[in-house]
Ligand binder design. Structure first.
Ligand code: AMP
Length: 188
Protein backbone atom coordinates (compact mmCIF):
# COMPACT_ATOMS: atom_id res chain seq x y z
CA UNK A 1 0.00 0.00 0.00
CA UNK A 2 1.29 3.49 -0.82
CA UNK A 3 0.63 6.30 1.62
CA UNK A 4 0.50 9.72 -0.03
CA UNK A 5 1.84 12.58 2.08
CA UNK A 6 -0.35 15.56 2.84
CA UNK A 7 2.21 18.36 2.65
CA UNK A 8 1.69 21.86 4.00
CA UNK A 9 1.58 24.96 1.78
CA UNK A 10 4.89 26.21 0.37
CA UNK A 11 7.03 28.59 2.42
CA UNK A 12 6.76 32.24 1.47
CA UNK A 13 9.86 34.12 2.58
CA UNK A 14 13.61 33.57 2.72
CA UNK A 15 13.81 34.68 6.36
CA UNK A 16 11.79 31.90 7.89
CA UNK A 17 11.81 30.85 11.51
CA UNK A 18 12.43 27.25 12.53
CA UNK A 19 8.68 26.88 13.03
CA UNK A 20 8.05 28.18 9.50
CA UNK A 21 10.52 25.63 8.13
CA UNK A 22 8.85 22.76 9.96
CA UNK A 23 5.36 23.85 8.93
CA UNK A 24 6.45 24.13 5.31
CA UNK A 25 8.20 20.77 5.06
CA UNK A 26 6.41 18.47 7.50
CA UNK A 27 4.62 15.58 5.78
CA UNK A 28 1.68 13.69 7.27
CA UNK A 29 0.73 10.13 6.35
CA UNK A 30 -2.73 8.86 7.35
CA UNK A 31 -2.98 5.27 8.58
CA UNK A 32 0.77 4.66 8.92
CA UNK A 33 2.20 2.45 10.36
CA UNK A 34 -1.32 1.26 11.21
CA UNK A 35 -4.93 2.35 10.78
CA UNK A 36 -5.91 5.38 12.81
CA UNK A 37 -2.41 6.83 13.18
CA UNK A 38 -1.56 10.07 11.40
CA UNK A 39 2.19 9.65 11.02
CA UNK A 40 4.19 12.89 11.08
CA UNK A 41 7.31 12.61 8.96
CA UNK A 42 10.09 15.08 9.74
CA UNK A 43 12.60 13.56 7.34
CA UNK A 44 11.82 16.31 4.75
CA UNK A 45 12.87 18.85 7.41
CA UNK A 46 16.11 16.99 8.09
CA UNK A 47 16.69 16.65 4.33
CA UNK A 48 16.61 20.41 3.81
CA UNK A 49 19.94 21.96 4.86
CA UNK A 50 18.49 25.36 5.76
CA UNK A 51 15.60 23.86 7.70
CA UNK A 52 17.83 21.41 9.58
CA UNK A 53 20.25 24.17 10.56
CA UNK A 54 17.33 26.33 11.63
CA UNK A 55 15.82 23.75 13.99
CA UNK A 56 19.22 22.87 15.49
CA UNK A 57 20.03 26.56 16.03
CA UNK A 58 16.61 27.13 17.61
CA UNK A 59 17.05 24.31 20.13
CA UNK A 60 20.68 25.23 20.92
CA UNK A 61 19.68 28.85 21.52
CA UNK A 62 16.63 27.98 23.62
CA UNK A 63 18.63 25.75 25.98
CA UNK A 64 21.96 27.60 25.83
CA UNK A 65 24.03 27.19 28.98
CA UNK A 66 21.61 24.76 30.64
CA UNK A 67 23.10 21.39 29.71
CA UNK A 68 26.38 19.47 29.73
CA UNK A 69 25.09 16.61 27.59
CA UNK A 70 22.31 15.97 25.12
CA UNK A 71 20.49 12.64 25.06
CA UNK A 72 19.04 11.53 21.73
CA UNK A 73 16.36 8.86 21.56
CA UNK A 74 16.76 6.15 18.89
CA UNK A 75 16.53 6.73 16.04
CA UNK A 76 15.50 10.18 14.88
CA UNK A 77 16.57 11.76 18.15
CA UNK A 78 20.14 10.71 17.32
CA UNK A 79 20.17 13.09 14.35
CA UNK A 80 19.19 16.00 16.55
CA UNK A 81 21.42 15.11 19.48
CA UNK A 82 24.57 14.77 17.40
CA UNK A 83 24.11 18.16 15.77
CA UNK A 84 23.13 19.90 19.02
CA UNK A 85 26.03 18.34 20.89
CA UNK A 86 28.49 19.52 18.27
CA UNK A 87 27.03 23.02 18.07
CA UNK A 88 26.87 23.46 21.84
CA UNK A 89 30.17 21.75 22.76
CA UNK A 90 28.15 19.23 24.74
CA UNK A 91 28.49 15.48 25.25
CA UNK A 92 26.08 13.14 23.46
CA UNK A 93 24.20 10.20 24.99
CA UNK A 94 22.49 7.54 22.88
CA UNK A 95 19.27 6.22 24.43
CA UNK A 96 18.72 2.97 22.55
CA UNK A 97 15.92 0.51 21.99
CA UNK A 98 16.09 -2.63 24.10
CA UNK A 99 18.82 -5.20 23.62
CA UNK A 100 21.33 -3.13 21.67
CA UNK A 101 23.66 -1.87 24.38
CA UNK A 102 26.52 -3.82 25.99
CA UNK A 103 27.70 -3.81 29.57
CA UNK A 104 25.64 -2.52 32.49
CA UNK A 105 22.47 -0.88 31.24
CA UNK A 106 19.38 0.66 32.80
CA UNK A 107 16.04 -0.36 31.26
CA UNK A 108 12.63 1.30 31.14
CA UNK A 109 9.45 -0.24 29.65
CA UNK A 110 6.75 2.10 28.37
CA UNK A 111 3.64 2.39 26.19
CA UNK A 112 3.64 4.02 22.75
CA UNK A 113 0.84 5.74 20.81
CA UNK A 114 0.95 2.43 18.97
CA UNK A 115 2.38 -0.61 20.81
CA UNK A 116 4.92 -0.75 23.62
CA UNK A 117 8.70 -0.56 23.78
CA UNK A 118 11.82 -0.69 25.90
CA UNK A 119 14.58 1.91 26.12
CA UNK A 120 18.05 1.51 27.60
CA UNK A 121 21.01 3.64 28.69
CA UNK A 122 24.54 2.55 29.56
CA UNK A 123 25.59 3.54 33.06
CA UNK A 124 28.70 5.56 33.89
CA UNK A 125 28.91 7.61 30.71
CA UNK A 126 28.95 11.02 32.45
CA UNK A 127 29.93 12.40 35.87
CA UNK A 128 27.15 12.21 38.46
CA UNK A 129 25.04 15.34 38.47
CA UNK A 130 25.63 16.16 34.79
CA UNK A 131 22.90 18.35 33.33
CA UNK A 132 21.13 16.58 30.47
CA UNK A 133 18.89 17.85 27.69
CA UNK A 134 16.64 15.21 26.07
CA UNK A 135 15.80 15.65 22.39
CA UNK A 136 13.48 13.81 20.01
CA UNK A 137 11.57 14.51 16.83
CA UNK A 138 7.95 14.05 17.96
CA UNK A 139 6.24 14.36 21.35
CA UNK A 140 3.09 12.25 21.11
CA UNK A 141 1.78 10.58 24.29
CA UNK A 142 5.00 11.47 26.11
CA UNK A 143 5.75 7.88 27.10
CA UNK A 144 9.06 7.77 25.24
CA UNK A 145 10.42 10.95 26.75
CA UNK A 146 9.07 10.12 30.21
CA UNK A 147 10.89 6.77 30.07
CA UNK A 148 14.06 8.53 28.93
CA UNK A 149 13.75 11.02 31.77
CA UNK A 150 13.57 8.11 34.22
CA UNK A 151 16.72 6.63 32.69
CA UNK A 152 18.56 9.94 32.99
CA UNK A 153 17.61 10.34 36.63
CA UNK A 154 18.31 6.69 37.52
CA UNK A 155 21.79 7.11 35.97
CA UNK A 156 22.50 9.92 38.41
CA UNK A 157 22.13 12.87 36.06
CA UNK A 158 19.88 15.93 36.26
CA UNK A 159 17.25 16.48 33.59
CA UNK A 160 17.35 20.17 32.72
CA UNK A 161 15.28 20.30 29.55
CA UNK A 162 13.34 18.55 26.82
CA UNK A 163 13.60 19.79 23.22
CA UNK A 164 11.25 18.47 20.55
CA UNK A 165 10.63 19.50 16.96
CA UNK A 166 6.92 18.62 16.78
CA UNK A 167 4.34 18.27 19.56
CA UNK A 168 1.01 16.52 18.98
CA UNK A 169 -0.87 18.66 21.46
CA UNK A 170 -4.11 16.68 21.56
CA UNK A 171 -2.23 13.71 23.04
CA UNK A 172 -1.11 15.90 25.96
CA UNK A 173 2.33 14.31 26.28
CA UNK A 174 3.48 17.26 28.38
CA UNK A 175 1.32 16.11 31.25
CA UNK A 176 3.56 13.04 31.62
CA UNK A 177 6.74 15.10 31.88
CA UNK A 178 6.15 16.67 35.29
CA UNK A 179 7.77 20.06 35.73
CA UNK A 180 10.43 19.53 33.06
CA UNK A 181 11.35 22.55 30.92
CA UNK A 182 9.76 21.40 27.65
CA UNK A 183 10.24 23.35 24.42
CA UNK A 184 8.69 22.34 21.12
CA UNK A 185 9.33 24.18 17.86
CA UNK A 186 5.86 23.46 16.45
CA UNK A 187 2.70 22.27 18.18
CA UNK A 188 -0.14 20.84 16.09
P1 AMP B 1 5.25 8.99 22.44
O1 AMP B 1 5.99 8.09 23.37
O2 AMP B 1 3.83 8.57 22.27
O3 AMP B 1 5.38 10.45 22.81
O4 AMP B 1 5.88 8.79 21.02
C1 AMP B 1 7.01 9.46 20.67
C2 AMP B 1 7.89 8.63 19.78
O5 AMP B 1 7.15 7.84 18.83
C3 AMP B 1 8.76 9.53 18.99
O6 AMP B 1 10.05 8.95 18.98
C4 AMP B 1 8.17 9.56 17.62
O7 AMP B 1 9.17 9.42 16.68
C5 AMP B 1 7.21 8.40 17.55
N1 AMP B 1 5.82 8.78 17.20
C6 AMP B 1 4.72 8.60 17.97
N2 AMP B 1 3.61 9.02 17.35
C7 AMP B 1 4.01 9.49 16.16
C8 AMP B 1 3.33 10.07 15.05
N3 AMP B 1 1.99 10.27 15.05
N4 AMP B 1 4.06 10.44 13.99
C9 AMP B 1 5.40 10.25 13.98
N5 AMP B 1 6.11 9.71 14.99
C10 AMP B 1 5.42 9.33 16.07
Amino acid sequence: MVNSPETSSAPAASTRTAADEVNALLASYPDFPQDGILFRDLNPVFANAQAFKSIIDALVTRFSGTFDAVAGIEARGFLLAAAIGYAADAAVLAVRKGGKLPGTVLTEEYDLEYGSARLELEVGQLPAGSRVLIVDDVLATGGTIAATARLIERAGYVLTGVGVVLELAELDGRSRLGDADVHTIVSV
